[in-house]
Design a protein around this ligand. Structure first.
Ligand code: SF4
Length: 412
C-alpha cells in the first residue's frame, strides 16, 4: 500500500501514535479485484455495475460475515438495499467485526428492531413537501431531491424511506414541477440538490438541471449534497468538474464519518473539486463504534482540512427506524465537542446539531461556556476550564468596568 505521512508539528502526537496513523492517507487498493484492468477499475460506471448487492456476494467477499450481518443482508432489500462499491468495500477490515467502515454499510439484523420513538421520516420532510421531491422547511431555501439512488447505502440513512426504493416508496421526482415551484417563490435564494446522490446523474442531465436552476433570477446559491467523492471517487472526473465550474456560486457538502474514508483516491477527487473553485464542506453523523471517540473525530476533522474540506456539521444520528445500534448519545457528542473546541484549529470544529424530531429543523447544541449572566457581568469559561468575567449590564450595554479573570473559588 502507498502511504504518505503528514509532518508532525511540535504539539502533534509522535508518528506511530494512533491518531497519526488515522491521519495517514492510504490507497483503498484493489483487494479481490486485483486482476481488473486499471481502465475498468477507474471507471465509475464499472464500479457501479460491480457493486456488492446480495448476501451471496457479501459471503464470498467477506468470509467473516457474522450471523447478524448475514440475516441483516437477507432482509436489507425490504428496508434499505444493500449496495457497496468494490472501491469502498476494500476499506473494510475483514478481521474486525466492529470495523468502522463495515458498520456503516454492511446491514445487521438490528435494523429490523424499531423502538417506539423511532420514525420512518424523522425530519418531517414529507410534511414540508409542496411538490414531490421538494422540501421547503426553512424560509429562504429548499431541498431538491434528485434521485433515490446512491453509490453505496448507509445503514443509518435518514431518508431510507425512499432511498433505494427497497420499502416501495416509489420516488419519481418531476423536475418540471420542482423547478416551477422554485421559480414561483422569490423568497427561495438557495437550492440544495440531494437525494439519493445527485452526482449519480450523468453530466448531461446534471448540467441541464443546474442550468435551469441558474436561469431563475432569485436563486443566488446552489449546493450539492453528495457522498460520491467518498464512495466512488472515480466519478469526480475532470469533465464533471469543468461542467460544475460553470455554475458558481456552487458549494458541495460531502459526507464522511471516519478518517479511513479519506484515502489518497478521495483526497485527489476532493482536490479536483477544490481546483474547480468549489467550496467544500463536510457533514458527519455521530455513530456508535464508528466515530464516537474524540481522537477519531479530531483525526477526521484535521484530515478533512488537509483535503481542503471545511468540517460543517456533526449530526446527532436521527431517530430513523432500526438505527439504535448505531446511535451514540448526545452526552457523547457534547464530550467530543468539548475535546475539539480550543484543542484544535477552529476551522476543524463542526457545528454539532440535532435535527429536531418531527421537522423542527437543525438545532445547534454545545457544551455550556456561559456559566451565568447577572447584573453587570457575564461569566464564561474557556476550553481549559478557566473562568473569566465579561462586564456587561443587564440591558446589554458595557458597564465600564474592566474584565477580570477569576479563580474558581471566587465564583458565586
Ligand atoms: S449517501 Fe446519503 S442519501 Fe445515500 S444512503 Fe448514504 S446517507 Fe442516505
Amino acid at each position: 500500500m502507498q502511504a504518505e505521512h503528514s509532518s508532525p508539528g511540535r504539539d502533534e502526537p509522535p508518528s506511530g501514535h494512533p491518531q497519526q496513523q488515522l491521519k495517514k492517507f492510504q490507497t483503498a487498493g484493489r483487494g479481490f479485484w486485483h486482476d481488473v484492468a486499471a481502465a475498468d477499475w477507474n471507471d465509475w460506471r464499472w464500479q457501479l455495475k460491480h457493486r456488492i448487492t446480495t448476501v451471496e456476494q457479501l459471503q464470498k467477499f467477506l468470509p467473516t460475515l457474522t450471523p447478524e450481518e448475514s440475516a441483516g443482508a437477507q432482509l436489507a432489500n425490504t428496508k434499505l438495499a444493500l449496495g457497496i462499491t468494490p472501491y469502498f468495500f476494500n476499506l473494510i477490515n475483514p478481521a474486525d467485526e466492529n470495523c468502522p467502515i463495515r458498520r456503516q454499510v454492511v446491514p445487521r439484523l438490528e435494523e429490523t428492531h424499531t423502538a417506539s420513538w423511532e420514525m420512518s421520516d424523522p425530519c418531517g420532510e414529507d410534511e414540508h413537501s409542496p411538490v414531490p421531491g421538494l422540501v421547503h422547511r426553512y424560509p429562504d431555501r429548499v431541498l431538491f431531491l434528485v434521485t433515490d439512488r446512491c453509490a453505496s447505502y448507509c445503514r443509518y440513512c435518514t431518508r431510507s424511506r425512499l432511498v433505494s426504493n427497497a420499502s416501495g416508496y416509489d420516488f419519481h421526482p418531476e423536475f418540471d414541477k420542482q423547478i416551477a415551484y422554485i421559480a414561483a417563490h422569490p423568497e427561495i435564494r438557495d437550492v440544495l440538490l440531494s437525494g439519493g446522490d445527485p452526482l449519480l446523474l450523468s453530466d448531461e442531465k446534471l448540467e441541464n438541471l443546474l442550468s435551469r436552476l441558474r436561469a431563475i433570477p432569485h436563486v443566488e446559491f446552489l449546493r450539492i449534497g453528495t457522498r460520491i467523492p467518498i464512495f466512488l471517487p472515480q466519478r469526480i472526473t475532470s469533465e464533471l468538474c469543468a461542467m460544475l465550474k460553470q455554475f458558481h456560486p456552487l458549494f458541495i457538502s460531502v459526507h464522511t464519518n471516519h478518517p479511513r474514508e479519506l484515502t489518497t483516491e478521495v483526497r485527489d477527487a476532493l482536490g479536483r473539486l477544490a481546483d474547480a473553485g468549489i467550496p467544500l464542506g463536510n457533514q458527519s453523523v455521530l455513530l456508535k463504534h464508528v466515530n464516537d471517540d474524540a481522537d477519531v473525530m479530531k483525526a477526521l476533522m484535521q484530515k478533512l482540512l488537509m483535503c481542503r474540506v471545511k468540517p460543517y456539521y456533526l449530526y446527532q444520528c436521527d431517530l430513523i427506524a432500526g438505527s439504535a445500534h448505531l446511535r451514540a448519545s448526545v452526552a457523547k457528542g457534547l464530550e467530543i465537542m468539548e475535546k475539539l473546541r480550543g484543542h484544535t484549529t477552529g476551522y476543524a470544529v463542526p457545528t454539532y446539531v440535532i435535527d429536531a424530531p418531527g421537522g423542527g429543523g437543525k438545532v445547534p447544541i454545545n457544551p455550556e461556556y456561559v456559566l451565568c449572566r447577572n447584573a453587570g457581568r457575564v461569566l464564561i469559561r474557556n476550553f481549559e476550564g478557566k473562568v473569566f468575567e465579561y462586564p456587561e449590564n443587564a440591558d446589554g450595554k458595557p458597564c465600564g468596568q474592566p474584565p477580570v479573570k477569576l479563580a474558581a473559588s471566587q465564583l458565586v
